[in-house]
Design a protein around this ligand. Structure first.
Ligand SMILES: [Zn+2]
Length: 105
């Protein structure tokens, strides 16, 4: 089955359901209800759409969480940076991603 998209907590609204703020999770199922089924570390959890930001493609930019804290789109590792660099390399997975400083998770 094709991925139905990617989702992250809208602000802190998904945290109570187990989503780490700023991290993207795979959408397992979107069958038109008011919730999505999200894969949280291989556990499928139903979460209201109102609590989620959703993208159809896997995001390739850092999420900004409580600036200057960033969350890697590849491995969900958190790190903080000085200033507002346009591109940051992740020490955990070794990939470089751009930062969209206007996109606050
Ligand atoms: Zn990473």
């Amino acid at each position: 089955m094709a991925d139905a998209g990617w989702a992250r907590s809208r602000g802190n609204r998904g945290e109570k359901a187990g989503l780490r703020r700023g991290a993207w999770y795979r959408v397992v199922e979107d069958d038109g209800h008011s919730w999505l089924v999200i894969d949280i570390h291989h556990v499928e959890v139903r979460i209201p759409k109102d609590d989620l930001d959703v993208k159809s493609e896997r995001p390739k930019v850092w999420s900004v969480v409580h600036e200057p804290h960033l969350v890697c789109p590849g491995c969900a590792q958190r790190r903080h940076v000085a200033g507002q660099p346009k591109e940051v390399k992740c020490a955990e997975c070794g990939n470089s991603f751009t930062v969209d400083w206007a996109d606050r998770a």
